[in-house]
Design a protein around this ligand. Structure first.
Ligand code: NDP
Length: 395
């Protein structure tokens, strides 16, 4: 009997709940808790209709450690899965420490008043998790998540030495809106509008936001322009992939998206600094979030595919070698299966697979871990079975 407590009933939370419900041998009991109860009820109903399973739901404010501790003590889960927002990472880790339960998430902590993506706050929990005898698994989504595991697999099976990694993320889908973000708008826009950063020859190189781009022929999508961004998995992969000379992250954006973003930025709508409006303080990016489509509602009319992978160069048996390890995911198929678009699907499936690795003891440790620190093979086997088949293309 293994019980899981999922926190966050958004786009990703829905997929994780469906996928855990699909595997009753591993996830024999599921509790979904979030800030807004109606969101939990909607997912509970879908899971009953589509998967024929009953789940328990609860209301919680995950910023309030005492509330989460009380919930954990009542529910007694074997693992807490955090698919709320990065702002909740630290309060949820604190609650897990206090109630002595394992923790898993998909995105690193961000302070609400500062757009920074760094593991330092969560890595600082290492000693406390280790001495409590529990584990935290960080970044078990797609990127971070599957991309880290593709790199770990390349290190273990495909290369003797790895020199260069380029992570390439393409959403070739169309949701029919002139401008919308595929996951939480506040997090997404903060990520894209920060300065670009990559790692080369032992140091970080910073560039202006969206100032470098390249064309890439994405499997199942075709040629697309991708922009260099800073992304959190770079920080942990630099530590865990041996002998790296350079690692970069690229994401595709259409011209329409970039034009909207530039205008919004120029008029100050993407700012996280509070402004005074009619006698009260508002944060422009939070106001913008209220205007944009809710990412969990984009799925129904979404067409096209995501195509995300790692382009890796190095040597095997003295020969130079270059591969692209990738997954393609179809928005319409995701909708049919779990009522979500492919960005939520590609995040939620690896979350469930990571949870399975922890619950079944295939990935075990005391302390705080990034996914690439464990054996990639059982994870990748399960990933294909659970709806995200992956491929290695020699380049
Ligand atoms: P959503 O905004 O759709 O969902 C977030 C959910 O968390 C909402 O239901 C929200 O509640 C809930 N929530 C927010 N604050 C609290 C709180 N204080 N207490 C309890 N619940 C709270 O986001 P997504 O589902 O798109 O994303 C979820 C996570 O996945 C994010 O951390 C995101 O960064 C990460 N992600 C990771 C990816 C990866 O590949 N690694 C890719 C995409 C996303 P309410 O309904 O009340 O607002």
């Amino acid at each position: 009997m293994r019980k899981v407590l999922i926190i966050g009933a958004g786009g990703v939370g829905g997929v994780v709940t469906h996928k855990c419900a699909e595997d009753s041998d591993t996830f024999s009991e599921i509790v979904l808790a979030s800030r807004t109860m109606s969101r939990c009820e909607k997912i509970q109903k879908q899971v009953r209709e589509l998967r024929g399973r009953e789940i328990e739901i609860a209301q919680v404010d995950a910023d309030d450690v005492a509330q989460t501790v009380a919930l954990i003590k009542r529910v007694q889960p074997d693992l807490l899965i955090n698919v709320a927002l990065p702002f909740q990472d630290l309060p949820l880790m604190d609650a897990c420490l206090e109630a002595s339960v394992d923790y898993l998430d998909t995105a690193n902590y961000e302070p609400p008043d500062e757009a920074k993506f760094e593991y330092k706050w969560q890595w600082a929990y290492q000693d406390r998790f280790e001495s409590a005898g529990i584990m935290a698994l960080l970044g078990s989504g797609f990127d971070p998540g599957v991309t880290n595991i593709f790199c770990a697999y390349a290190q273990k099976k495909l290369f003797d030495e790895i020199d260069y990694i380029d992570i390439l993320d393409c959403n070739g889908g169309d949701h029919g809106h002139p401008f919308a973000t595929n996951f939480n708008p506040e997090i997404n826009i903060r990520e894209i509008t920060q300065r670009g950063r990559y790692w080369e020859n032992g140091e970080w190189v910073e560039i202006d936001a969206m100032s470098q781009s390249r064309m890439f022929d994405f499997p199942a999508v075709g040629e697309r322009k991708a922009y260099l961004l800073y992304h959190e998995e770079l920080e942990s992969l630099v530590k865990h992939i041996n002998g790296l000379k350079r690692i970069r992250f690229w994401m595709t954006f259409g011209d329409e998206y970039i034009t909207h973003l530039r205008v919004l930025q120029n008029v100050g709508m993407t700012s996280i600094e509070p402004i005074e409006y009619e006698g009260r303080k508002i944060i422009p990016i939070q106001f913008l979030k209220a205007l944009l489509p809710d990412p969990s509602t984009l799925g129904e009319n979404y067409t096209g595919k995501t195509s995300i992978g790692c382009l890796i160069e190095g040597r095997k048996n003295g020969e130079t070698k270059k591969v692209f390890i990738y997954n393609v995911c179809d928005h319409e198929e995701s909708w049919k299966e779990v009522r979500a678009q492919a960005v939520s699907y590609t995040t939620g499936v690896p979350t469930m697979v990571g949870a399975k690795m922890v619950l079944t003891g295939q990935w075990r440790g005391k302390g705080v871990f990034n996914v690439e620190q464990f054996d990639p093979e059982p994870f990748l086997e399960e990933l294909g079975r659970r709806g995200l088949p992956w491929h290695v293309k020699e380049m």
